[in-house]
Write a protein that binds this ligand. Sequence first.
Ligand code: HEM
Length: 179
Amino acid sequence: MYGLVHRGIKEFLLHSASPEAWNRIRTQAGIADDEFEDLRAYPDEETFALVGAVSQELGQPPEDILYAFGRNWVLFTAESAYGDLLEQAGDTFESVILNLDMLHQIVGRSMPDLRPPTFDVKDVKDGWIVEYHSERVGLESMVAGLLEGLLEMFGKKGMIQRLPAASYCEVQFLVTLTT
Ligand code: HEM
């Protein structure tokens, strides 16, 4: 994945642990780079190796790491470096989730090898069903964390529940607002 994701993983780790922990993780994941270039595509294997190594270092399951990373990514990494883009996507939680594909299309203009996820969002009684499509497997907890980060960014409280797989969509979430 593009370097901004790897940089986000590093920032997340430094946020929750120490520079020494980061060095152990890099070694464990077999990654020589200490800095990542946002606009360079790194092999997905390195992304997954980093998540695995963080999981070992912090003694938490990979799903928990992906969730926490997704939340942290929206609240800190995207906010600081890509705040303008997030603003373009909308000024409410709903407008941003409706514009996620557009947002990634804009990102793709400067990242030609981008393989972004796509989302279908449907209005339901108390919230939204967010269908997530990706060519990658295993990142659904990260989506839940990203959605949680977005809720917090807009000062909202809500529930994000994974729904059973449907024939048309393997991974979908029900997002309901509680405030
Ligand atoms: C300004 C904000 C954002 C930027 C700049 C951005 C950019 C990116 C980039 C560069 C990737 C890596 C894809 C690749 O290398 O092929 C990615 C992946 C991803 N993005 Fe975003 N993104 C943003 C916001 C969001 C938000 C708000 C969500 C909320 C759901 C989201 C969901 C994802 C997911 C789930 C992936 C993992 C890749 C996959 O599922 O296959 N992104 N994004």
